[in-house]
Design a protein around this ligand. Structure first.
Ligand code: G3P
Length: 221
């Protein structure tokens, strides 16, 4: 399972990269706003900065909602860096753009996916990644992880190569559940990735080992 970090914050990206378990980054306009990155020029520079920190794919979202606009923005984003993946919304012109980018060999991430039918369309259009938003589904009292399982089943039935990128992950259990049902990628806040390593028995056990080592190896004056 690949781990992406879902943020535009360079310090968080560097911390995740330093762990050695990071495979890529996803961003969106809300995450840019959260990190105070305003203006097109600064946002484009932020994508380049992110690409220089990580080795894997970096999703950069288009703002246009018409085919020509999506294509123009997407092509400009793709030219920024070889690691850029163009993030396209699940709308009619978005599907057409996915097919266009796919035919041109430009990587894509179909975002704002909330149903198996939307995921099927994204795969048929040749999306590199599909992003089901599981936390937002949970918020709306619909099982987000169940959607990941449905998409996995459908993609496996037909051998679609589109990677399932579980998004809107809020906590470590979301990551575990997505791994159980076969998501290819989880894009997570740093807190959810760090949360995976926590267990009180690890802390208690480590304290005991250190205490026992010190008893055996105590320096006698
Ligand atoms: O990857 C999508 C993500 O940024 C949305 O997360 O927590 O706003 O639903 P959230």
């Amino acid at each position: 399972m690949k781990f992406f970090i879902d943020t535009a914050n360079l310090a968080e990206i560097k911390e995740a990269q330093a762990l050695g378990v990071l495979d890529g980054v996803t961003t969106n306009p809300s995450l840019m706003l959260k990190d105070g990155v305003s203006g097109d020029e600064n946002q484009l520079q932020r994508y380049v900065d992110i690409c220089e920190i990580v080795d894997g794919d970096v999703s950069a979202e288009v703002i246009a909602t018409d085919l020509e606009g999506i294509i123009n923005e997407g092509e400009a984003l793709a030219k920024l860096h070889t690691q850029i993946t163009v993030k396209v919304p699940m709308i009619k012109d978005g599907i057409k753009a996915l097919k266009y980018f796919s035919d041109k060999g430009i990587k894509t991430n179909c975002t704002l996916v909330f149903s198996p039918g939307q995921a099927l369309l994204a795969a048929k259009a040749g999306a590199t990644y599909v992003s089901p938003f599981i936390g937002r589904l949970d918020d709306a009292t619909t099982d987000g992880v169940e959607l990941i399982a449905q998409i996995r089943h459908i993609y496996d039935n037909y051998g679609y190569e589109t990677q399932i990128l579980a998004a809107s992950i809020r906590n470590p259990m979301h990551i575990i559940k997505c791994a159980e049902v076969g998501a290819d990628v989880a894009t997570c806040p740093l807190s959810a990735i760090l949360g995976l390593m926590k267990h009180p028995l690890t802390d208690i056990g480590l304290a005991q080992f250190i205490a026992d080592y010190n008893k055996v190896n105590a320096v006698t004056a």
